[in-house]
Design a protein around this ligand. Sequence first.
Ligand code: C2E
Ligand code: MG
Ligand code: MG
Ligand code: MG
Length: 294
Amino acid sequence: RAKEEGRGRYVVFEAGMDEAVQQKVAIATDLRNALGGDSGLSVHYQPLIDLVSGRVTGFEALLRWAHPERGNIPPTVFIPIAESSHLICDLGYWVLRQAVMQAKQWLDAGAPPREIAVNISAAQIWNTDLVADVKSVLEETGFPPDLLCLELTESLLINLEENRVRSVLKALKALGVVLALDDFGTGFSSLGYLTQLPFDKLKIDRVFIDGSTESVRKAELLRGIIGLGQGLGMITVAEGAEKPEEVELLRKLGCDVVQGFIFARPTPADIALTFALQQDSVALMYAAQTTPDD
Ligand code: C2E
Ligand code: MG
Ligand code: MG
Ligand code: MG
């Protein structure tokens, strides 16, 4: 009897596994089709704000997918699936080209020069000619290389002994683009690589901002990370500020740039255009918005 029960559970477990795997395969198939045509993929843009001037310094391009039947699927769900099914390379190239074309349009529409940041998956370094792709998108669009920022995560640095990562990053720097280390502090690689690789920016993960105004220890950790970035000559960017107190703390700690829902969520290009054209301080706009006037 015990054996039967065990067997039963085993079968149920297997069936559950199959379903999850099947779902992933289905999503990967739909994603492949979406890439080929007009099936709900789009790029949203989230402004980055300079903490001294309060002005928009740039935008991060973030992929969105409105699935025809399943509704909106967040990137935290479909990006890992794209990564495990090798779709991420085509997807990543598509986002890069869309985002740079969009940023060029804003420039042409009279917007002040602003950076466009694009997330790059490690697979794009390993399995594609990223340098050639970036070069061709810049040439095709005529977009200034120094306004393109590529965001890479620490997961990339696991295989640092291999020269490929080093040489690709070096070649990208030679093109004139900006390099950012994304989600800093959440990976598991050693800190040594920070002195060895040509990163211009340190993007501090949201987990270090969250709770920093309520805990002295968390605030000290944040201070340390910002100091580390500054000491190494990098621009520090805080991800995920949601409260005015967090913005104030980040400013006090000398962080350079902030990206967070407090200023703006990722939005479609037509709405982001308002931020792109904005000459004045967005921080003042925020202050004006929160002034109780009714
Ligand atoms: P990421 O590159 O670290 O992007 C920042 C994430 O933080 C975005 O999540 C953004 O919406 C979110 N965020 C910004 N401000 C706040 C805030 O104040 N509060 C909270 N709670 N969240 C905030 P999103 O758009 O869901 O993207 C998640 C991740 O998916 C990205 O993290 C990135 O790793 C990946 N991703 C998105 N688009 C692409 C892409 O085109 N290519 C690749 N390879 N990855 C992408
Ligand atoms: Mg990013
Ligand atoms: Mg991040
Ligand atoms: Mg991330």
